[in-house]
Design a binder for this molecule. Structure first.
Ligand code: WTA
Length: 631
């Protein structure tokens, strides 16, 4: 798949070189490694602080690092407030288009009013600093207002992706013990209404901690409103308490900003916790440097705000940098496969950041759809979420970027908060490689013993240093955080990413994929454990296993195996019912391609399912070392 050491090198154009924010990589990289704290302090200086930090990096509790400790800030102070007193005040902050063509725009000033109103509503509902508010919404501006409103008053937001379903939402509410849920009546996808409130109702039944549910009216769905629990957002903002003025809470740099649940090797999703100070510095610096952001730019990160990509590069990084952001709620091919290209032309988008899956999906419709549109406003293109295959890379580069736009392939994770490996616009590119570490980061590829492997050899990707955007812990589970991610070698802590990768002779990094039970399906991160538990929650299934197999469009596709309850016979109808059951419980993105009925599953003597064996069998490959197998 990856073509390491491919001779093809794409050099940046003179035009890109001339306007680059960072005209040179190596010297600044060396400086950032040798003077890590100074480098990050200089970046932090570009932001506003209520009180300057005492210490840039506190390593005394490693691997629980603290950044900018003693500093007082609030991410909203930088993402909204400070723009009200500078030239950005009347600049467009958000351009939103709905699938049916509705458009809403907010200037920074307008954004501030919305955020203040929402913040006052939350306060009136008793939300206080440190409370976790769960947000389950479609891609509408109110999702961003809700996130910022929480941050403004020091509450912690926990956004659950709007494509997830009942079980996924319920388990996240339960883990966070949320008292308040913000949702909407529904979303839109391919001309169909998605009934979010009903899913939320079912989730609230399963996780009864929710006392207040605030519902935004987005598409006139008939929904049930429970008298003392559910409130329409538009009713609340019409009340006198919802004043468009609200002070921003002055927080410690290390106060929590959000938790975002993500899938891991085993068990339930982990609530990765990020904080105000370091995350502000990291997301804005990476966004400014890697994407060469300019004051007049229109930036479109076509992810969902409900995933880390959206948190960092739709909402926080770009707003801190005062960019104009594009938000679109709907399918990329609705009503026709030119929808995205139409949006780029209509709004004059300068930078598009999306996933290889989306690129492959649109590429499949052929060149004639983008060719209908003038895409010459584009200056840079970005990719994230999974390795990009060279074929999709070249199409993106040639057909969408007209050969002029560098492809910024960014490797990172929910845990890292922001991008960790990526080119700058001036970096010579190799299709399929995310190229070099971002400033301040030392990344090596090691073997099982932790020794660095030779060039071109595959190994584990590790990060050898702390960085400001790093997650601080797993919500309420410090031990799990430490043992899952961190290794101490010779007194130095190393972060284990869970990916395998190689470095080529030029030091370019080629990420190969996950080494654990995490699947990247259409760029979405899902755990085999969650899919299996959804299957087993069906009364006719006693045991289940899920694996990922290569898929041309999705990167990976989910294939499952089920052992049925005694006396139940497998049939095509039952297979379909089980697939739909998973979609109902977890969300359509987790719907398996198929269910194979089996009598037994390959397991280790300690009872762990050997998914690697299932995978090898499905692919007709060698099953490898079977010494621990007990079938
Ligand atoms: C994968 C998404 C190759 C990787 C921001 C990582 C990538 C996981 C890339 C994290 C890339 C992300 N090239 N692989 N450019 N970007 N990945 O937490 O396996 O949803 O560990 O964060 O996505 O997924 P997550």
């Amino acid at each position: 798949m990856n073509d390491a050491n491919s001779s093809e090198l794409f050099n940046p154009s003179i035009n890109v070189m001339e306007q680059a924010n960072i005209p040179e990589y190596q010297a600044l990289y060396d400086y950032s490694i040798n003077n890590r704290e100074a480098f990050w302090a200089e970046q932090a200086e570009t932001l506003g602080w209520y009180k300057k930090w005492d210490k840039v990096l506190d390593e005394s509790q490693a691997p629980f690092y603290q950044w900018f400790s003693g500093g007082k800030t609030n991410i909203v102070h930088n993402a909204v407030d400070r723009h009200l007193t500078n030239a950005n005040r009347n600049k467009m902050a958000i351009i939103w288009e709905g699938e049916n063509g509705q458009v809403r725009n907010y200037s920074y000033n307008g954004l501030n009013r919305e955020v203040c109103q929402f913040a006052n509503v939350l306060k009136s509902m008793g939300v206080e600093k440190g409370d976790v508010v769960t947000i389950y919404m479609p891609q509408i501006p109110e999702l961003i207002f809700a996130m910022l409103a929480c941050a403004k008053i020091g509450a912690i937001h926990s956004v659950v992706y709007g494509g997830f379903s009942t079980d996924a939402l319920a388990s996240r509410i339960e883990d966070a013990h949320s008292r308040v849920l913000i949702t909407a009546d529904g979303g839109w996808r391919r001309g169909k209404a998605i009934d979010l409130k009903t899913i939320a109702d079912n989730a609230m039944k399963r996780s009864p901690t929710i006392e207040v549910c605030i519902c935004v009216k987005n598409n006139d769905l008939e929904v049930e409103m429970e008298a003392t629990r559910d409130f329409w957002y538009h009713d609340l903002v019409a009340l006198p308490i919802a004043s468009p003025k609200c002070g921003t809470e002055q927080l410690d740099a290390e106060d929590p900003l959000f938790i975002l649940y993500t899938s891991g090797t085993t068990g339930s999703p982990k609530g990765m916790l990020h904080t105000h100070g370091g995350y502000s510095v990291y997301t804005s610096t990476t966004h400014r440097m890697a994407f060469d952001i300019k004051p007049e730019d229109r930036w479109w990160c076509a992810a969902d705000p409900g995933w880390i990509t959206g948190h960092s590069y739709i909402v926080y990084g770009p707003l801190i940098n005062g960019a104009t952001i594009m938000l679109y709620e709907g399918a990329p091919n609705y009503p026709y496969p030119n929808r995205w290209w139409q949006i780029i032309e209509k709004y004059g988008i300068n930078i598009l950041y999306t996933s290889p899956t989306a690129i492959r999906g649109l590429m499949r419709f052929g060149d004639r759809w983008p060719k209908k549109h003038d895409l010459s406003s584009l200056r840079l293109l970005g990719s994230v979420g999974e390795p990009i295959n060279p074929e999709a890379w070249k199409w993106y580069h040639q057909v969408i970027g007209n050969g002029n736009c560098p492809i910024i392939d960014t490797w990172w994770q929910t845990e890292t908060g922001g991008l960790m490996i990526c080119p700058l616009p001036i970096t010579p590119l190799k299709p399929g490689s995310a190229t070099k570490p971002f400033f301040g980061n030392e990344i090596t590829i090691v073997d099982d013993e932790g020794r660095e492997v030779a060039a071109n050899e595959e190994g584990k990707l590790i990060i050898n240093n702390p960085w400001p955007g790093m997650a601080r812990t797993i919500f309420k589970d410090d031990e799990r955080y430490k043992s899952l991610y961190w290794n101490e070698v010779d007194g130095k802590w190393r972060y284990l990413a869970g990916d395998s990768a190689k470095k080529d002779d030029d030091g370019y990094i080629w990420v190969i994929g996950r080494m654990d039970e995490v699947l990247k399906v259409s760029g979405y991160r899902l755990g085999t454990a969650e899919i299996e538990s959804a299957l087993v929650s069906h009364p006719q299934v006693t045991e289940a296993a899920a694996i990922g197999l290569p898929h041309e469009l999705k990167g990976n596709a989910i294939h499952t195996y089920a052992i049925l309850a005694q006396g139940v016979a497998g049939s095509d109808e039952l297979a379909l019912e089980l697939r739909e059951h998973v979609a109902r419980e977890m969300g359509r993105i987790a719907m398996p391609e198929d269910v194979t009925f089996v009598e037994s599953l390959p397991k280790t003597r300690s009872g762990k399912i050997m998914r690697r064996v299932l995978k090898a069998r499905a692919l007709g490959q060698d099953e490898g070392d079977l010494s621990t197998l007990e079938e």
